[in-house]
Design a protein around this ligand. Structure first.
Ligand SMILES: [Fe+2]
Length: 377
């Protein structure tokens, strides 16, 4: 390991023997950075395993399969930039860098956006803006792809996101369009059970939740606007109740955090007319937990626009403008503060006294900015 001097210390990490077996294969996705803490990081990449063809009456479908490789770096220093080389041969194909998270309260920047789906051109443009901002990490609030069961969609996702994910850790949550796909769980290396999880960065606590559940029927649900059927299923209610108890416990455990951000796909407040009632059912289920526990910002997606509402001191933000076709915001709610039908991302600068959130549209213009104060505990 050698050390370079820069504003932040830079270390070079090289994997030799452990990854030489993979060096004969061509990387098809990645490498990309996952699951970073103040002491560890994971680097993944995928290689093509093979291609299968199914045919019927002249109709043919090919499906490619990939091996996902994962390397875990441990014993790292907090708030330090590392360069990695998964093949150890100096080739740019296997190289990248990441910065470990701060171990204590220190300023940093992260980005959130969502519903990238099949809007590849718009997604690529937003990814280029985000790359220039060089955030510590990126959150995707779900619906990364149009159909999580289609490998073609993941190939497109990684083609668009590749430059970003090579150097910046990527934290997604499950959207309905992921369809509970095994590909999602194969490609991402996330903490805990990966369906819902948490992580820390400095004195910020991030709670990443799942609004979808493990056994959601397909394919009808994609078009379904009213999810009463979801709540009618006992197994879904049990799953969500278990998750709520876990979330409450985690929020109590991290009550000393300076900032708390909660992320999940389907919002608790919707300004899309056909979804407003559905959101109310979801909001009733959570029962004011996030306001009660002093969460400053809840980040969601699903509705393809920007919306911010404030309730009980908590900002409920819908950031679903990551690429997919935009929706009208045709049902403003009493708590609504701002609506913008625009593709966008949110840049969050976490500071010593407050966090500043800037909502940036696809052309780089500011839609709005607002601040939340550090929790006083
Ligand atoms: Fe969605």
């Amino acid at each position: 390991m050698s050390k370079c001097t820069a504003n932040a210390l830079t270390f070079i990490l090289v994997f030799l023997a452990a990854s030489m077996a993979a060096a004969d294969n061509t990387i098809t996705f990645g490498p990309y950075v996952q699951n970073v803490t103040d002491q560890r990081a994971v680097v993944c990449w995928a290689t093509l395993e093979g291609e299968s063809i199914a045919s019927k009456l002249g109709w043919k479908k090919s499906v490619r399969a990939y091996n996902v490789h994962e390397r875990i770096f441990v014993g790292l220093e907090p708030n330090t930039r590392y360069e990695y080389d998964v093949f150890g041969d100096g080739s740019p194909e296997g190289s990248g860098h990441f910065t470990t998270f701060p171990a204590k309260a220190e300023p940093f920047t992260f980005v959130a956006f969502g519903d990238t789906r099949s809007g590849h051109k718009e997604h690529a443009k937003l990814a280029a803006h985000i790359l220039k901002d060089n955030p510590l990490f990126v959150i995707n609030t779900g619906d990364l792809v149009s159909n999580g069961l289609e490998m073609n969609d993941w190939e497109s996702f990684f083609r668009v996101s590749g430059d970003l994910m090579r150097n910046i850790p990527y934290y997604p949550v499950l959207g309905n369009h992921e369809k509970d796909s095994p590909y999602y769980f194969d490609f991402f290396s996330l903490p805990g059970n990966e369906r819902y999880y948490s992580f820390l960065a400095g004195d910020c606590f991030f709670l990443m939740l799942d609004t979808e559940g493990p056994d959601y029927p397909t394919p009808e649900f994609v078009k379904k606007e009213n999810r009463e059927e979801f709540w009618a299923e006992q197994q879904n209610r049990d799953y969500m109740e278990q998750q709520k108890q876990w979330a409450d416990k985690m929020l109590r455990l991290h009550r000393d955090a300076g900032y708390i951000f909660v992320c999940f796909h389907q919002p608790l407040i919707s300004v899309k007319k056909s979804r407003a009632e559905d959101a109310k059912i979801r909001r009733a289920f959570w029962g004011g937990l996030f306001e009660r526990r002093g969460v400053q910002v809840v980040l969601s997606g699903h509705d393809h626009h920007y919306h911010r509402a404030v309730s009980g001191g908590t900002h409920f933000v819908t950031t679903g403008g990551g690429g997919a076709s935009l929706y009208d915001a045709d049902a403003p709610q009493p708590e609504t503060v701002k609506i913008a039908k625009a593709r966008h991302y949110i840049r969050i600068n976490v500071g010593e006294e407050q966090a500043n959130l800037s909502v940036i549209d696809i052309d780089g213009s500011l839609i709005e900015s607002f601040s939340v104060q550090k929790r006083s505990n």
